[in-house]
Design a protein around this ligand. Structure first.
Ligand code: AMP
Ligand code: MN
Ligand code: MN
Ligand code: MN
Length: 292
């Protein structure tokens, strides 16, 4: 009988309760297996706290899943918040630890400022409310959004962002995130690859997006996300062209935060022809096989 080898399913962008994901690391890896993901990267906002628990859960239950240690860093470029994903990082690297501690400090201070601004706008209790959702995890605007929905200020997360948390709104506080160069540098120090997250989601014109990609590539960045589960028609092809133009490898990821109808781990992720996958040189990935 002829054996056909199915390609591995990579999902290289996801969140847990270590930041603004709704699933614990254990629950996330279990779900990834259910969704037939073979290789999962956990990429929480400015923290790697979910990674060890996920690794232990995989080992304990001998799950057929390979975990990539990752992170999603917030950076500031030309006054825009740009997210840089680090893949295959050494989560114990001292430079990374110090860097993430600094980013967490910025998150904490910004969260305090957001709460103060909301308080002034006669929305009390936002600090406690957001903290209740964040728990021990990295605090994000996502946690404020959940509080504001719970508090009856808006009907959906999208509405909350539109009316309260987006740039220029009552609860928006600009953060002094690190630069793109600094993020790339520390990811490389920790032995990882630096990837521009969801390039289609910054609402940049083609001219500015190309400027961003040129800057990232010149600064030593390795790859860009090309495939997500929800994209405008033609977006993947366009991003693939840019990846070639700027000599960047291609990544794919769901950016899964919680079970919902339209975003799922591993769903609709595939790279167009003609790009080099970010996992091209991952030696271990050549030795694992699909479990199904
Ligand atoms: P932060 O990194 O603290 O600025 O928070 C950004 C996070 O908020 C993102 O990672 C998303 O999870 C969430 N977010 C941003 N914009 C929206 C939106 N329009 N609707 C729902 N969630 C959003
Ligand atoms: Mn998020
Ligand atoms: Mn992001
Ligand atoms: Mn993300």
């Amino acid at each position: 009988m002829k054996e056909t080898e199915a390609a591995l399913m990579f999902d290289l962008h996801s969140h847990t309760t270590a930041s603004d994901g709704m699933l614990t690391p254990d629950a996330l890896v279990a779900r990834a297996v259910e969704q037939q993901v073979d290789v999962l990267a956990i990429t929480d906002h400015d923290t790697v706290d979910g990674v060890n628990a996920a690794r232990e859960a995989i080992e304990q239950a001998s799950l057929p899943l390979h975990l990539v240690s990752g992170v999603e860093m917030s950076t500031l470029w030309e006054n825009q918040e740009i997210h840089i994903v680090g893949l295959n990082i050494d989560i114990g690297h001292p430079a990374l630890t110090a860097f993430l501690q600094h980013q967490q400090g910025l998150r904490h201070q910004r969260a305090r400022d957001i709460a103060a601004r909301l308080e002034k706008a006669r929305i009390p209790g936002a600090w406690e409310g957001a903290l209740r959702y964040a728990g021990q995890g990295a605090i994000t605007r996502g946690h404020f959004a959940r509080f504001l929905v719970e508090d009856g200020r808006a009907n959906s997360m999208a509405d909350v962002f539109r009316h309260y948390l987006a740039r220029g709104k009552t609860g928006y506080v600009p953060a002094q995130w690190c630069t793109i160069e600094q993020a790339i540098h520390v990811i490389h120090l920790a032995g990882g690859q630096a990837v521009i997250a969801h390039p289609g989601r910054y609402r940049l014109s083609a001219k500015w997006l190309k400027r961003l990609l040129a800057h990232f590539s010149e600064a030593g960045g390795d790859a860009m996300e090309i495939a997500q589960c929800q994209q405008a028609p033609g977006e993947r092809q366009q991003l693939a062209l840019y990846a070639r133009q700027f000599s960047l490898r291609a990544s794919q990821g769901s950016d899964f935060h919680q079970p919902c109808a339209w975003i799922e781990l591993g769903r609709r992720l595939a790279l167009p022809e003609g790009v080099i996958p970010v996992w091209q040189d991952w030696a271990w990935a050549k030795h694992i096989k699909r479990a199904v």
